[in-house]
Design a protein around this ligand. Sequence first.
Ligand code: C2E
Ligand code: CA
Ligand code: CA
Length: 767
Amino acid sequence: MPRPTERHSRVVGVQAIVAPLPWIVMGVGLVVNQVAQSVTGQKSPSILLTVLPIFFSLLLLRLALAAYLHPSRRTTLLVLLAAIASWALGSGVVNAARDEGVTQFPAPGEWLFLISYLGMVGYLLGDVDRRQQRPARGWLDIVIICGGTACLASLLLVAPIRLASHQEGVSLLLALIYPLADMMLAVVVLGQGLMQVRIDRAKSWMIGAGFVLLACADSGFALQASASTYDFGNLSYALWGGGFSLLVAAAVRPQQSMIKSIPRTVGTPVLVGAGLIALAALTIRPDDTLAYYTLPPAVLTMGSVAGRMALALRDANRANDAFALSHTDDLTKLPNRRAVRTWLSDGLTDRAPMSLMLLDLDGFKEVNDSLGHRAGDTVLTLVGVRMREAVDPQARVARLGGDEFAIILETTDEIELMETAHEVLRELAKPIMVDGIEISPSGSIGVTVALASDADGGEVLRRADVAMYQAKNSGLGAALYDSQLDEFSRSRLQLAEELRRGITDGQIEVWYQPQFDAATMQVCGLEALVRWRHPTQGVISPVSFLPAARRAGLMGRLSDLVAQQAIKDLAARHAEGLELRVAINCAPPELLGPTFLPHLYEAMSETDVPTDQLVLEVTEDSFLADPQYTRDILLELRSHGVQIAIDDYGTGFSSLNYLRNLPVQELKIDRVLIANVAGDDRSRMIVASTIQLAHALDMRIVAEGVENSADLAALVAMGIDSVQGYHLARPMPPSQINRWVREWSAPRETSDPSPLGEGTPMSLNEE
Ligand code: C2E
Ligand code: CA
Ligand code: CA
């Protein structure tokens, strides 16, 4: 008993031997028949009728072997086997009947042919390489193609056959049914190929060609048999034999599963063509009998075309929905950045008048951080609604992401645009209650007009972005794009690059501005303020380069550098016997970040300075992000002896209440409140009550930005502890500060203090 693998390979061997045999048998039969005919001079089907059973047996053997070798395709192969066997049997019965002198149509064995066709349909449907992804569309496509072909065949075949055979009614139908069925099956294969459920092209062609051969043989049969002149000759034999041989050869081909091209559905032209043929069949009706043949397939085809169109419409609608979804922002339900890109490129293509506004909310991050993302989402949604309300209905509002919104307007009138921008800002500023807290959203709007020279929407967006930054920096709320400002935007990047180099090349300096004891007017401390000595632009203020440093991620290194330098200078002054505390500015990201403070503590321990002479100036927004964590950090700083000052007091959400629980030693009233404190009653009242509260909380209170003697006098009268400002001294480089302090402290002839430092002849002399 051979082992399964052995048997398998043996079957493969047998299959290879059997494969050419049907062709050989058929060829030999043809040749012998031809020779016999020319020798005897008369036609006799006996030779061919002897050969046929052998021929069919070989075909069936091929199929049986293939079915044995390919279990996965066994069923379909056996169905084909049954179909062909049934056909062979049917033809045997028909021929036997004729041998008995009965030339009859339909013949007694006819039902076997019908079974055979059903089997072949089953085979074709089962023998696919892959499944249709959308079966409904696939079947409709097949029906349309078959229907169209049937219409065409009816128009082109029925009339000639009818004329030639003089058949009418049922017998004509029966005469036509086989060729039509063969053609239909060929078309099914074509359709399957088009729908890519058949991947093996050669196989599809072989099956298709097989059915075409059968159709030719069958139409000849129909013509002759129905006219009672049936003669089973070489031609019919070759056509049928060739057709079945091709079918079997195709069926036993090894299956392909690799998809070589991207699947697609039947091409629209094919479907439209089939539909048009059906339409023609419905309209062109040579006579009523023909209508029997053309009407049913035409109606079926048209119905399927309608169904297919309905499906296509549904697909289109779904695609539309999907498109809309991909162009919509989830939160605000406004169109998103993708939609804006589409609008912009469409507008540029159409050359329609168009402008873009870009809105960026101010301080949205703080809202998100302090009130939570839910509150942030509420604000964003409301902002979206308000923007929609603030603009004309034909203007298109979108959210680009984060706290950035865009409006596309169909105008290029700059005055109108600016009016709209301010209208939007006014609408936005109306207070919103979020979680019981009142918020007045504010934002900055950049406006730009689309130009004929714009290559794409990205260019327009970039200009609007530049304008938006300008609006933000100028504090004007809205700004129109200005090509000159664009130079700044380019130089902004350049600035960051130069700063990176400046930090390594030692261009960063720490200057000091003195603080004075209000009672004695003696220098009691210094604020360390960073300066950048740019190789070509001179000394640059931190206001000009800190935002760039932050964006370029240079703030960490910069802050470290300033702190190290300030501590080194403090140690040097200490060694000289100058006891002055020094204040270092610290923004929230550094205060709350992981590196700045450890580096600070390290530097402190290395230089052995009295730590209580170090003050860290922090701003109130440090507490917004994470109050508990910030408190922990401040306590840690205190445990290292460092003093803490709240900087810019009076500009943030300013509540002394929360300060009560924080380890803060000093409060610095912002210069906005100090400016004109002598003349402005409101400022004076705020400052006076702040001073009282600070004292009640046991804090030192410092006024910064004192610019004239009137303000100084008013502050002193109110009981301020320390003062700092241009009126007394400007920030000055480290090389000057020690001498300046000594000179200030030395007994003077005049009682009037002379303001010195930054911008004064003295500081210029030093450089
Ligand atoms: P600030 O902390 O409010 O610093 C005080 C600013 O007010 C300094 O500007 C100072 O020169 C200026 N000022 C002093 N007296 C007067 C006055 O009488 N009138 C007016 N109009 N201004 C006066 P500066 O040095 O340009 O610094 C600007 C800001 O840059 C600082 O504001 C601070 O927030 C930041 N900054 C400076 N150095 C550093 C630093 O090392 N680290 C960090 N994180 N920020 C720094
Ligand atoms: Ca400060
Ligand atoms: Ca300040």
